[in-house]
Design a protein around this ligand. Structure first.
Ligand SMILES: *[C@@H]1O[C@H](CO)[C@@H](O)[C@H](O)[C@H]1NC(C)=O
Ligand SMILES: *[C@@H]1O[C@H](CO)[C@@H](O)[C@H](O)[C@H]1NC(C)=O
Ligand SMILES: *[C@@H]1O[C@H](CO)[C@@H](O)[C@H](O)[C@H]1NC(C)=O
Ligand SMILES: *[C@@H]1O[C@H](CO)[C@@H](O)[C@H](O)[C@H]1NC(C)=O
Ligand SMILES: *[C@@H]1O[C@H](CO)[C@@H](O)[C@H](O)[C@H]1NC(C)=O
Ligand SMILES: *[C@@H]1O[C@H](CO)[C@@H](O)[C@H](O)[C@H]1NC(C)=O
Ligand SMILES: *[C@@H]1O[C@H](CO)[C@@H](O)[C@H](O)[C@H]1NC(C)=O
Ligand SMILES: *[C@@H]1O[C@H](CO)[C@@H](O)[C@H](O)[C@H]1NC(C)=O
Ligand SMILES: *[C@@H]1O[C@H](CO)[C@@H](O)[C@H](O)[C@H]1NC(C)=O
Ligand SMILES: *[C@@H]1O[C@H](CO)[C@@H](O)[C@H](O)[C@H]1NC(C)=O
Ligand SMILES: *[C@@H]1O[C@H](CO)[C@@H](O)[C@H](O)[C@H]1NC(C)=O
Length: 791
């Protein structure tokens, strides 16, 4: 069979997701009354709202069974938002009828009326709000799994249902009728048309597209999460809010003894722990060797379980690890224990069955699973530790390089010391990570960011920020988007305030965009804490990153030439910066790659950075890299949107397809910019500097020159940063450096489609995929006009 053309495939996927409206010509009716009663499924009539936003009628759930429901006619999906009898469908001989005495009825096969309480009316009508009305009866009083804009949520009872999940009392998400796993801060009242989820206590949740007036729905999805969707221009539904961000914390996601793991934007996956296998129902897991008479423990990092259903969550007791272990061994029904490394050394003994298992660093604990001593499986829940080692090491302070010294011996000894330090660090890094993670979490809690996107970033007043920055006196940088000031909040937290230029749109739009930016969490992204939008002022408040940007470390001489003579930069000139060693350069590269991959692939919305350069990569005091300025391209003035491609990006880092053809920016343009940064990290030379110094020679195009050195002359050492080339040790560094160079050349391919995705780039750097030989980058012409963001 010939493969189906893509459009047909897409079409059939859409058809699978939606239901079939009656195939024969539909008859649109504006009301249903005794005059056009009865109404059979075969009538092919649909009741529409005045502007045909909504429609109601019989929907077949299988070939000859129907339920009566309301759907969004304007969604490409014809999404059902209310139903009378979805769990109890009727056959094609059933009909909707209005008796002369004003009783609406839909009878099932046994003749009993499913449409209770709809009495005393004469016409069934569908309002423009999606509300079905018959006399005093309204569908808004008995929602199924969805409520619509301005539809009040009935309090004090089960509000919404979906499979085994319920929203109870308009506050709590409950699994299997009793097991509460999420509660809103108060009773949810309704979803307002401007994008707020209004709460009784007025601590409202804000939708990501707050301010737009579009059709929205609040739905309890089959996966147990509560989400708000907005109807997009093409009839698609966009998620603009969800109650639970860590999907694995939804109870009942996986079966007994199974472990839930997040799959980025693709939801979750369930797997069995080591020593366990799928049981016959394919949902639960069971021990491969049931007997525990002789037992051992397998350590599962960041995995948490709850005890068997029905038992109360056991109280954690503070015990040392060995005592905790022997408590478990002493009790025949103990199948595992969990242990918190931080704080109180909490020991929790788990009996019989393990439920609601999931993996998340937020648990800060390890579960020690009891298995037979003859079990040969080893734990595979240790991956996180190695990732932390490469991304963010424990704090090491680099020694400052000797002033203009040429003594190789000294440099080598510095690097050697460092390397020893790092080996030690590797062993301790697990604990270091936990400490660090808790720090972030606490920070997030303070700002209420944990509840994002619902909670939203903190809103600062202009006066607050003016006071915090000492009347905007301490400039620490300026870029394409505005000037950055250092400041301190009353609670002593140090902040960086970015005062934006050229931001269009109203406060609401700004707020909506900022909420999206604030929702992006990654160890290697600069955290945004809040914002200010007052009259013409638009400011963003970030965590302060003490070491400044990568370019100051890579190209320290530029600073002397620069004309910004702020206090900070003067201070920096006095204290020379340390040289970054190979290991740290590698970790910076990997961290940045992961952060951009996260922006491209894992965020709810696709986010292109559009201005990746060393100046936008900040370094923590342990040299953990943090990418800044992401998401800002979305904030630029609406009237600039047409020319936006011109104002974004920095010359030298722009992808060729964009410079030459002025094509719209794609994710692959970010990949190109990253490749250029990678090459600069390895060589310690700014690409524009390289161009100036080699303009006379044949190969003035940086990527082409690097390619020839690496792949044709096979002299990797020729392109390395000469300042630390001495410390380059083949045995220790060859693999790291080679991976960085080869990955860079893949990123710098002339043709966008040849470049790998950012996720692949991160894998290439990690060494988990093989790097084949790329095509040689050719020369391309760099126009001499200055890009405005450099002005
Ligand atoms: C359905 O069809 C019957 C008979 O064909 C007709 O009397 C009735 O008015 C129709 N009802 C609707 C709602 O179209
Ligand atoms: C509804 O009926 C149509 C036509 O009989 C059929 O093709 C379709 O599969 C049915 N829908 C469902 C969900 O069974
Ligand atoms: C269609 O609607 C269902 C809910 O009724 C939803 O789960 C699905 O994602 C929707 N598909 C699209 C393409 O919006
Ligand atoms: C109603 O369903 C029966 C089978 O259940 C079928 O034989 C009959 O043709 C259907 N009638 C209509 C009008 O579709
Ligand atoms: C539905 O059933 C009731 C009795 O339970 C009966 O009085 C009524 O006529 C039936 N209506 C239809 C439309 O069949
Ligand atoms: C929605 O809730 C708010 C706050 O409780 C209330 O003021 C407003 O009247 C409600 N709107 C509707 C349509 O019920
Ligand atoms: C809900 O319950 C509370 C207390 O139990 C009561 O004060 C309130 O009136 C109830 N609300 C409704 C709408 O029934
Ligand atoms: C819902 O409210 C009732 C009383 O109004 C209370 O007894 C019940 O525990 C609540 N359920 C949940 C899940 O909060
Ligand atoms: C999500 O699924 C798509 C298609 O199945 C796949 O290409 C993509 O890599 C997945 N993303 C993640 C983060 O797993
Ligand atoms: C651990 O191994 C099991 C079974 O081989 C697999 O299903 C699961 O995905 C693995 N988990 C991790 C984190 O690698
Ligand atoms: C094992 O633990 C269970 C649950 O706490 C307890 O009921 C039982 O008595 C314990 N058995 C022994 C031998 O300590």
């Amino acid at each position: 069979m010939a493969p189906l053309p893509v459009p047909i495939l897409i079409l059939s996927v859409l058809l699978l997701l939606s239901f079939h409206p009656p195939a024969k010509a539909q008859k649109l009716i504006n009301y249903f009354s005794a005059a056009n009663s009865p109404w059979f499924p075969s009538n092919n009539s649909i009741l529409v709202s005045p502007k045909q936003t909504f429609a109601a009628g019989f929907i077949n759930s299988s070939s000859d069974s129907y339920f009566f429901g309301v759907w969004v006619q304007q969604s490409s999906n014809k999404t059902v938002v209310w139903s009378l009898n979805r769990p109890r469908p009727v056959g094609n001989s059933s009909c909707l009828a209005i008796s002369p005495s004003g009783v609406l009825s839909l009878n099932d096969s046994s003749g009993s009326n499913l449409w209770k309480k709809a009495v005393g009316g004469s016409r069934l009508v569908l309002q423009e709000t999606g509300e079905l009305r018959f006399g005093k009866w309204t569908s808004f009083d008995s929602p199924t799994d969805t409520v619509l804009t301005n539809q009040p949520l009935p309090p004090n009872r089960t509000t919404l249902r979906s499979g085994n999940y319920q929203l109870v009392n308009a506050t709590s998400l409950v699994f299997n009728g009793a097991d509460t796993f999420w509660a809103a801060t108060d009773v949810i009242r309704n979803l307002s048309s401007d994008g707020h989820l209004l709460m009784d206590n007025a601590q409202n949740y804000i939708m990501a597209d707050m301010g737009l007036s579009v059709l929205r729905r609040l739905t309890l999805d089959v996966d147990g999460n509560l989400r708000v969707y907005s109807l997009g221009r093409h009839g698609q539904w966009d998620v603009v809010w969800q109650a639970i961000l860590e999907l694995c914390t939804i109870h009942g996601t996986c079966g007994v003894n199974a472990i839930c793991e997040p799959l980025g934007s693709n939801g979750t996956t369930c797997s069995c722990p080591p020593g366990y296998e799928k049981s016959s129902n394919l949902r639960d897991c069971q021990r491969k060797i049931p007997s525990l008479v002789q037992s051992q423990f397998l350590r599962l990092d960041f995995v948490s379980f709850r005890d068997r259903p029905g038992t109360d969550d056991p109280k954690p007791t503070p015990l040392n690890l060995e005592t905790c272990k022997s408590r478990c061994l002493d009790n025949a029904s103990c199948v595992a224990f969990s242990y918190k490394y931080t704080g109180q050394q909490d020991c929790v003994i788990l009996h019989n069955q393990l439920i609601d298992g999931y993996w998340s660093p937020a648990t800060e604990l390890a579960t020690f699973l009891r298995v037979s001593s003859s079990e040969t499986d080893v734990s595979n829940f240790t991956a996180m530790i190695s990732m932390i080692e490469t991304v963010c090491p424990v704090r090491v302070s680099l020694p400052v390089p000797p002033k203009a010294s040429k003594t190789t011996a000294r440099n080598v000894s510095i690097i050697a010391t460092l390397f020893t330090l790092e080996l030690l660090a590797g062993i301790l890094s697990f604990w270091a990570f936990l400490r660090k993670y808790s720090k972030y979490r606490d920070m997030a809690r303070t700002f209420g960011l944990e509840l994002l996107p619902g909670g939203g970033p903190k809103r600062f007043s202009y006066a607050e920020l003016k006071a915090a920055t000492n009347d905007f006196s301490n400039v620490i940088g300026s870029g394409g988007y505005g000037v950055v000031y250092k400041g301190q909040l009353p609670d002593r937290r140090v902040i960086a305030v970015k005062r934006l230029r050229n931001v269009g749109g109203g406060e609401a739009e700004f707020w909506a965009e900022v909420t999206i930016i604030a929702r992006m969490h990654h160890l290697n992204l600069v955290r945004m804490w809040g914002f200010c939008a007052e009259k013409e002022q638009r400011m963003l408040v970030y965590e302060y990153i003490p070491n400044g940007s990568l370019d100051k470390f890579l190209f320290p001489n530029e600073e002397v030439l620069g004309d910004d003579t702020t206090e900070e930069s003067k201070k920096r000139l006095i204290t020379p910066r340390p040289l970054l060693d190979w290991n740290i350069r590698y970790r910076i590269a990997l961290g940045v790659a992961r952060a951009i991959a996260y922006l491209h692939e894992e965020c709810l919305e696709w986010v292109l950075h559009c201005d990746i350069k060393p100046g936008n990569i900040l370094l923590e005091d342990d040299f953990c890299p943090k990418v800044s300025d992401f998401g800002l391209s979305k904030l630029t003035n609406k009237k600039d949107k047409v020319t936006m491609s011109r104002i974004r990006g920095t010359r030298g880092y722009l992808a060729p397809e964009w410079v030459i053809h002025r094509e719209p920016i794609t994710a692959k343009a970010d990949v190109y910019s990253f490749g250029m940064v990678l090459l600069e990290i390895v060589t310690g030379v700014r690409n524009s500097g390289f161009r100036r110094s080699s303009l006379e020679s044949e190969d003035w195009y940086f990527p082409k020159w690097a390619f020839e050195k690496v792949y044709m002359e096979r002299k990797v050492e020729d392109i390395l940063d000469s300042r630390i080339a001495d410390s380059y040790d083949d045995r220790m560094h060859f693999e790291l450096v080679e991976r960085m160079v080869k990955t860079a050349i893949w990123c710098l391919q002339d043709r966008a489609e040849m470049r790998p995705s950012m996720g692949k780039v991160a894998k290439m750097l990690e060494g988990t995929v093989e790097i084949t030989e790329p095509v040689r980058p050719a020369i391309f012409c760099v126009p001499e006009e200055k890009a405005p963001s450099e002005l």
